[in-house]
Write a protein that binds this ligand. Sequence first.
Ligand SMILES: Nc1ncnc2c1ncn2[C@@H]1O[C@H](COP(=O)(O)OP(=O)(O)OP(=O)(O)O)[C@@H](O)[C@H]1O
Ligand SMILES: [Mg+2]
Length: 445
Amino acid sequence: MPADIAQLIRDIDAIPGHSRFGRVTAVSGLMVEVGGIEKELSVGGRCLVETRDGRHIPCEVVGFRQGRALLMPFGALDGVGLGCRALVAGDQPSIFPTDAWLGRVVNALGEPVDGKGPLPKGPRATPIRNNPPNAHARARVGEKLDLGIRAINAFLTCCLGQRMGIFAGSGVGKSSVMSMLARFSGAEIAVIGLIGERGRELQEFITEDLGEEGLARSIVVCATSDEAPLMRRQAAYMTLAVAEHFRDEGRNVLCMMDSVTRFAMAQREIGLSAGEPPTTKGYPPTVFAELPRLLERAGPGLVGSGSITGLFTVLVEGDDHNEPIADAVRGILDGHIVLERQIGERGRYPAINILRSVSRTMPGCNSRNENELVGHARRLLSSYDNMAEMIRLGAYRKGSDPQVDEAIHYQPALEAFLKQGKRESTDLATSYALLAEIFGVQWPQ
Ligand SMILES: Nc1ncnc2c1ncn2[C@@H]1O[C@H](COP(=O)(O)OP(=O)(O)OP(=O)(O)O)[C@@H](O)[C@H]1O
Ligand SMILES: [Mg+2]
């Protein structure tokens, strides 16, 4: 390249880029109203609001009202006042993950928060907000995925590209199940979103639950409960975006999120601040529009690419499994694992109620023998459950019903099978073998 052209390029590069900005005209609650640039902005676009002391707070456009743009911040609004500048910062940013992201912890903006230095940038951009793959071009769910928990492997088998919910009231063991899955699953890569949970749990999860080995094949995205609602919501989008990057490379990714309820709550805060009407339990309509848009991003990829197996925890408020978020999520996913407080109180963890849980890929993914074995065990659990009250009261007389007698006989062994310590893992084949052993069945058949 001739020297004068090179010089010319350097000169052009040195010209400061122009920036367009408006001014803050009102601040109320979490919302910043900006005037002067509304024609240049669109919903989902970005702005940087300058504080009085010169810091820049990233904000997102969430709506327009009376000719002014409504922005929400990704951080606290301290230092923002009337007349502060709001700079237009372009559209939704993208991330550039690579394999070097494995073992790292990032925040909702894709910045490293683990103190291990800067994150390398990959060659391919992945948008943070993305659409699910075209439903008509998607592959079917793949082969079985080993999740390391006996009760799930045998009774609620999960396949590659399947999306399951883990439903429970507060403190019944959602996060514990999640940490077992993160550590024991046979997935190649795990992307774990910790959305709106406690700050204390984050370190515990990374150092104790995941451990070095688990972390080495994982990427953790986190936004704790004290962060701005926009950060919490975006952390969920970020989790899926990282998973999508690896799926598009043809890998089978396990995407876990704890919890989807906190994502819905963040969207509730955003929607209500933007002036949406509240509907059931104060959730505005956009919550029910955003949930499927988020959850549908997990699942099988296009034919020939990888898959995202999704495991999402849902906090059911007041142990009411029909509350609106649980209901909406259950309808979107391909299966649900229900954890029950009474079972936990009995001391059986993970407190999975097998009878109320469903994997919608079963029985299709199983062999005939496996289905027979699991079906038999389920029938016994159900017989016992129907009579449990009577049996406990001593009102059931042995010999009245052979099926119930059989259920009572096998109950202790089945309970022991379902109980599993947090540090103990059982692979798929062993799960079936152990279940078969209870009934004295030769396995594999
Ligand atoms: N496999 C297990 N073995 C023994 N105890 C367990 C097991 N799983 C959960 N627990 C008990 O249940 C408690 C709550 O678990 P966890 O924090 O996972 O619940 P959670 O549903 O995520 O709660 P929250 O709704 O508050 O986030 C734990 O502190 C632990 O005592
Ligand atoms: Mg939890």
